[in-house]
Design a protein. Sequence first.
Length: 176
Amino acid sequence: MDGSSHSVGIDETGFHVTGHNYEYKDDGNSPFYELVKSMDLQAKMEAFAAANNLSTFTIQGELCAPGIQKNRLKLTKPAWYVFTIRENGKRVGLTRMLEICEKLQLESVPIEEIGTDLPTKYPTVEDLLERADGNYPKGGKKEGIVIRPTEPVYCELISGALSMKVVNNKYLLKND
């Protein structure tokens, strides 16, 4: 999703609403914080964390809206699409993420494909680039695709969970 990455989380110091390099305050100046409040997300997350005995609970997603990244999704109002959830500091798998999204009434990023033999299906970079091509439902060029295991796999080489982004070449050309 072509927007801006934002997170919400609960830890021992409270509830946090963040962007890439900063934490938003509930001062009426953050459209994302206002969206979080309109969804009653703090209360929902606190109740979920308590019911599941979580000391930390973080949800990461992409904020898409008019005025963000040329609004290629052609939205009329802000929307937030979840792509990662962490319980007690550990990233959950796809099934758990979708269960939590349903319970908290959150929308996940679109899951376009689930499979177990990626190298056979897409053996070359060109095949992956072709797979990444496409448009959002209302017509704007989609940014691409993210590929990752359905259950998190730690990779020492990158010091984190495996994940790969394949950017749509037509998106890069900015030919909307």
